[in-house]
Design a protein around this ligand. Structure first.
Ligand SMILES: NC(=O)c1ccc[n+]([C@@H]2O[C@H](COP(=O)([O-])OP(=O)(O)OC[C@H]3O[C@@H](n4cnc5c(N)ncnc54)[C@H](O)[C@@H]3O)[C@@H](O)[C@H]2O)c1
Length: 383
């Protein structure tokens, strides 16, 4: 089997994916990398000494015979980076969220369609065993027709990951509701089998605006520490914080399903809890990757009751519960054999469209927003 050759753009935290993309057993190798940060290049080269690294990603556009590029740069650069490689005819793995605005997401889809270049989005939650198990229970009809999905998202590490570096600024992420929420909105869409067409949201920044900041001269450190608790007793936060740390969203989907999504960045625990309610029962997960449980309720009780069935999942604890190696395998299968990508680029665009419109609602007095649809050309092409 031919060994596929890849380049990587953005060599920060998410370059952990290269542990799976550079794999002799899968006949794939990452040979080139680009990052303007000297510190990021140095750290990366300690881990991947055989990868040739440069500061300017545009040098990689001239590398002959690349089989693909993996784009792991900050969200606001996704449009520029993805479109450059799509124009060059190089298949793209692009981290989520696809972009920080609906127009940027649409521009990326337009470019992939016009150039006919492969585009794969890094929504690794679709590869979480727990989410797949919930999708299978729904598909089997066990809870009847899905009517409602409620997601509560508790993020204990929010203060570490999102309020110390570029994530804390609207100009780089739009909002954490879009940045982080793109994962969950996509999962809601996938479990429901529809896309959001109307949304209304409320939210605020009420904790990290009061936290102790670092100066502009000190680089941000977004590593996680369990003893960073409670949030208001920590320091080292970004000089500029203008994204919300608590958001609550309602979503109306095109197939009649209604959903809610709530995200909080200062909880003591970390967990995504989805409740899916159908016409014959409901499911709810406890733990979203690694060891987790799905509770299935199918009989009526008029007071609190244990679930009718508990499905226990003994997943890996590492690499997003095994989802990272699985999504990289899916990308390789797409590049090598053309197996359709999961999610489709349209689904990634729709997650951003809902998150972006919800952010607009949140920042304009909770007025309901209609979520713009993708173009007919893109819908037809990517379906
Ligand atoms: N799917 C997931 O579970 C998951 C998890 C974490 C991050 N992400 C996504 O991965 C992406 C990267 O996130 P991260 O946590 O690694 O961020 P990070 O800040 O750790 O790394 C980003 C890197 O990109 C570099 N960069 C900046 N400008 C660049 C440019 N012009 N060209 C090339 N590189 C440039 C930065 O110097 C930095 O090293 C984001 O889009 C994020 O949303 C996805």
């Amino acid at each position: 089997m031919k060994t596929l050759h890849f380049a990587a753009v953005g060599l920060g935290n998410r370059s952990e994916l290269l542990d799976h993309l550079s794999d002799p057993a899968a006949h794939s190798a990452v040979l080139h990398g680009a990052d303007p940060s000297e510190e990021a290049r140095r750290r990366f080269s300690d881990r991947f000494p055989d990868v040739e690294v440069v500061s300017d990603y545009r040098e990689l556009l001239a590398v002959p015979d690349l089989d693909g590029v993996i784009i792991l740069s900050p969200d606001y650069l996704h449009r520029e980076h993805a479109c450059s490689f799509l124009h060059a005819g190089v298949p793209v793995y692009l981290e989520k969220p696809i972009a920080t605005s609906i127009s940027d997401a649409d521009a990326i889809l337009d470019t992939a369609r016009r150039t006919g270049t492969k585009l794969f989005l890094g929504h690794n939650m679709r590869y979480f065993p727990c989410i797949i198990a919930m999708k299978d229970i729904i598909a089997a009809g066990t809870i009847g027709e899905v009517q409602a999905i409620w997601c509560r998202h508790f993020i204990a590490y929010g203060g570490d990951a999102y309020f110390r570096d570029w994530h804390s600024e609207r100009r780089y992420t739009a909002s954490l509701l879009l940045q982080k929420g793109a994962h969950d909105i996509d999962v809601i869409h996938w479990l429901a089998g529809g896309y959001t067409r109307r949304t209304v949201a409320m939210g605020t920044l009420s904790v990290y605006n009061r936290a102790k900041r670092r100066s502009h001269k000190t680089p941000g450190d977004a590593r996680f520490y369990l003893d960073h608790w409670p949030p208001l007793e920590q320091s080292g936060f970004s000089p500029v914080i203008d994204v919300e740390d608590h958001s609550m969203v309602l979503l109306e989907l095109d197939n009649g399903v209604f959903a809610s999504y709530t995200q909080c960045h200062y909880t003591p625990d970390t967990h995504r809890n989805y409740t899916v309610i159908g016409t014959r029962g409901r499911i709810e997960n406890f733990g979203d990757h690694g060891r987790c449980r799905i509770a299935l309720y199918t009989s009526r009780n008029d007071t609190y009751a244990e679930a009718d069935r508990i499905i226990e999942l003994d997943g890996h604890e590492d690499s997003h519960g095994g989802a990272d190696p699985a999504i990289v395998r899916a990308f390789l299968d797409y590049v090598r054999n053309g197996t359709p990508p999961n999610p489709s680029p349209i689904a990634a665009r729709e997650a951003v469209a809902a998150g972006y419109s919800a952010t607009e609602s949140l920042r304009s007095g909770a007025n309901a927003r209609t979520v713009p649809e993708p173009s007919e050309k893109n819908r037809a092409f990517f379906s």
